[in-house]
Design a protein around this ligand. Structure first.
Ligand SMILES: Cc1cc2nc3c(=O)[nH]c(=O)nc-3n(C[C@H](O)[C@H](O)[C@H](O)COP(=O)(O)OP(=O)(O)OC[C@H]3O[C@@H](n4cnc5c(N)ncnc54)[C@H](O)[C@@H]3O)c2cc1C
Ligand code: SF4
Length: 508
């Protein structure tokens, strides 16, 4: 007779995960590859393979440490297909009704565990810096929940980049140094890549057999799948790319998929790396004089600032968050997001690299695909499901606030005080996409006009009542209002034609 089941989910692969810390000898650890989790959106095959391989290796490491692990593989004949189903099956098998879990990162599973006819205790996930109650306390009474102020709290709390009570380098935020356009040459060859071992190869065959219809290339598969490899990938980034991370954080290049980005979010979110070790490695590089403050501060801000803030918003806003649609956008996501032909070179390249790598960096997600979806008025829930499916690091707690909040403004301005929209000018400035595009970024109207140029003004016009009073958008409206009336009419009518053609399935 076993005392309790200890549930470890696929994104909880940390030796210090709360449920494991609460486990005792005599408990059984339950891990399961289940169809429900693998298919509630059509996940990228690389994402599924990464998680299953990392789970199998984590289970093997637990067994080596002496734990009793009940592991269900996807193809096991008695696999019930869901996490609650597997818990019930194991509870019966081991004669126990007690489960210890670490709170999952999405409402769907939290509720499913709460509804189980077993005694399930969900412990808070203390791999994060801010607990739900701490975030709640910080946000209470604030009119606006601005990330910057939350971030300063996290700096104070962790002591990262602090000199006593003051921020290192005399400033909290070095962002104004971090907006350089794309460099002519990139001297970083990208993230460390790993040759699949036997465990990974077995999983690749399984994923090939079961998920080959999903959008995304499974091979070549190069992700780290255990903690040791993920640590090496982190060190590789800190040594070779971090020094220029800040400068080129917002840049985009058609032939450089990773630029100077870390490509560690999938490891961090699945539990292979801990945020502390990532931030401390970056801080050490600054202390050792190997990386400048603007790079290190910018990098640490993403992790202890943005990432924690996004999680806080997700749990604060509740289960209906992914259904928000403040701007009442209802168009369908066009097939070009799934790889159909498009004349828009920036979208073509961002989608192509998403298909091959299950990765795009922040500015591609925000200012290429996200910006287009927002300008075109795509249903934010469809946009959310796309992002959740196609990126290897996507889990609802972090993806939804980034998409529903930051990118689509569907939460009405909780995450962002204004929508992240731009015309083609911004893309031309920060990337080299426009040089190879069938459209011309310089054309504001006419057949060759960059669609972002048309849709940008149409968006502002469509949402005039909401955004005109926003002081941060006054300049945009002043420019629009100064434009010749005939020109404004042409832009609006061409934007309409573009959207209608897209809706009818034309290649745009
Ligand atoms: C529309 C949209 C959707 C996104 N969806 C996800 C998602 O599903 N999962 C996810 O982890 N990130 C998401 N992000 C945030 C960000 O794009 C990714 O974390 C980042 O691109 C991961 O690549 P990297 O490790 O190379 O990051 P780097 O650029 O090197 O940044 C370092 C780390 O900072 C953290 N980070 C940076 N920005 C954010 C942010 N806005 N929110 C949370 N963490 C951040 C990540 O952990 C990342 O690994 C999204 C952003 C946008 C605009
Ligand atoms: S011209 Fe417009 S559509 Fe083409 S790459 Fe530039 S921004 Fe994208």
């Amino acid at each position: 007779m076993v005392s309790r089941l200890i549930l470890i989910l696929g994104d909880q692969l940390s030796p210090e995960i709360a449920a494991l810390k609460a486990a005792q000898k005599g408990d059984v650890i339950v891990m399961a590859e289940v169809a429900d989790e693998a298919s509630y959106v059509p996940h990228h095959p690389k994402k599924i393979a990464f998680l299953f391989a990392a789970m199998r290796k984590f289970a093997a490491a637990l067994r080596d440490d002496g734990w009793d692990v009940a592991y269900t593989e996807l193809d096991d004949t008695d696999n019930s297909g869901s996490i609650p189903g597997e818990l019930l099956r194991r509870a019966e098998q081991y004669g126990t009704s007690e489960v210890i879990a670490t709170e999952p990162g999405e409402w769907r599973l939290i509720e499913a565990l709460n509804d189980m006819p077993l005694k399930v205790r969900q412990l808070s996930d203390d791999r994060f810096l801010a607990s739900h109650s701490e975030f709640e306390a910080w946000s209470k009474g604030r009119k606006e929940l601005r990330m910057e102020y939350f971030y300063r709290e996290m700096r104070r709390k962790t002591g990262l980049l602090m000199e006593g009570d003051e921020p290192a380098g005399g400033k909290w935020n070095f962002d104004h140094d971090n907006r350089k356009p794309a460099p002519d040459e990139v001297d970083f060859g990208g993230p460390m890549q790993f040759t699949p071992d036997d465990t990974v190869n077995e999983v690749l065959e399984l994923v090939e057999a079961r998920f080959s219809d999903n959008f995304g290339e499974l091979r070549p598969f190069w992700f780290a799948t255990d903690r040791g490899q993920a640590r090496r990938a982190l060190t590789h980034f800190i040594r070779n790319a971090l020094p220029k991370f800040g400068d080129y954080q917002d840049a985009m290049l058609r032939d450089e998929r990773f630029l100077y980005h870390a490509v560690v979010s999938m490891y961090l979110n699945a539990g292979l790396l801990h945020l502390r070790e990532i931030c401390e490695a970056a801080e050490q590089a600054w202390k050792d004089g190997e990386a400048p403050i603007n790079a290190v501060e910018g990098f640490i801000r993403q992790i202890i600032g943005w990432r924690e803030y996004m999680r806080g918003i997700y749990f604060r806003e509740g289960p209906d968050y992914t259904r928000r649609n403040a701007l009442k956008h209802g168009r369908s996501l066009p097939p070009m997001f799934w790889g159909a032909e498009t004349r828009m070179h920036c979208i073509e390249k961002a989608v192509e690299q998403t298909r091959t790598e299950a990765y795009a960096h922040h500015i591609q997600r925000l200012m290429i695909t996200g910006n287009f979806a927002l300008l075109a008025g795509i249903d934010p829930h469809e946009v959310h499901e796309w992002y959740l499916a196609v990126y290897a690091d996507a889990y609802e707690w972090v993806e939804a606030p980034n998409v529903i909040g930051m990118s689509q403004f569907a939460d009405g301005g909780i995450v962002g005080s204004k929508p992240y929209v731009s015309s083609g000018n911004y893309i031309a400035k920060m990337s080299d996409y426009c040089k190879s595009c069938a459209y011309s970024v310089k054309e504001k109207t006419g057949e060759q006009a960059c669609p972002y140029n048309l849709l940008y003004w149409a968006f502002l016009d469509r949402h005039r009542d909401r955004f005109k009073p926003n002081p941060r958008m006054a300049q945009m409206y002043a420019t629009w209002d100064r434009m010749d009336a005939e020109k404004r009419k042409t832009i609006l009518s061409e934007a309409e034609t573009f959207l209608n053609r897209m809706a009818q399935g034309a290649t745009v």
